[in-house]
Design a protein around this ligand. Sequence first.
Ligand SMILES: Nc1ncnc2c1ncn2[C@@H]1O[C@H](COP(=O)(O)OP(=O)(O)O)[C@@H](O)[C@H]1O
Ligand SMILES: [Mg+2]
Length: 275
Amino acid sequence: MTAPRVLLHAPPELTAGRLRRLGEGIGKVVYASDHWVVKRPRSPSEVVALILLWKLLPRSILQRPSRPLRFLRVCVQTVMSILPSSVWLSTHVRDVWRIYRSRDRRGERLAQAHLAGTPLVPEVITFPPVRVNIGGWPGWLTVSEATSRVEATLHEHLERLSREKRFDEVRHWLRHFLDVRQSGWQRGLFSLDAHLKNFGVAGDRIVLLDSGGLTDRWHEVHERLVFEEVVTQPHVQLGLGSILAPCPEIAAEFDARWKEIVNLDTVLSHWPHAV
Ligand SMILES: Nc1ncnc2c1ncn2[C@@H]1O[C@H](COP(=O)(O)OP(=O)(O)O)[C@@H](O)[C@H]1O
Ligand SMILES: [Mg+2]
């Protein structure tokens, strides 16, 4: 285990100006300066409001976090604050929330113990708490940790390469993605949330941005891989449908390789302890 690099002061660029909102997921909103990102964990009510929206809205809308979606989430939160929790916190929502939170915490712990300091994750630094300005609510944030900013998420990178018709590079990064997943398995780690916005491109590396969903428990890996068996077009499942539409042969090649690699036998052959 490698501890994060400890600095005596926060990098000046974090406090020099207003940080840009760069990305968001269910659990965090991420703000960036030129070389660093800081993360604001969402409050429990924000996360639950997003889970409710997931249940109510079609996936296609939810895949692009946007201003209208943000507005809708705030509306849901307002309704939640008025109605008694027994109305909106159904057993199912409560379960989803609990699972999300425990996977997030466990993933973070596993990443700290096994991935920190390796080329598989971006560098993390810590420093005495500072207040930074952020675009949008709540306007500022106190942070004592920052993560090296990647050039793009793997999803954004592939989107761009496809738009620019650089299909050989698309092929290269997709192969590399499967290699990176396998090097995780060799360490006894499997991501249950391995979608392309949770990985980033840094130089010639692919790094894991979001440790939420990392597991070292074989029964969870098993359950996930049983689900994989019924997926016929993994590239569509990964949100690559439109990105790979102009190059169907790469899509077919990727699906075949995915099927060959992301299955019980292959994962087990990499897994460190015979299970
Ligand atoms: N180091 C980073 N560099 C650049 N963008 C990042 C970085 N970390 C996260 N992001 C962006 O923020 C988004 C949300 O971060 P993530 O850790 O996945 O949060 P969540 O746990 O809520 O899914 C990512 O999908 C990505 O767009
Ligand atoms: Mg994420």
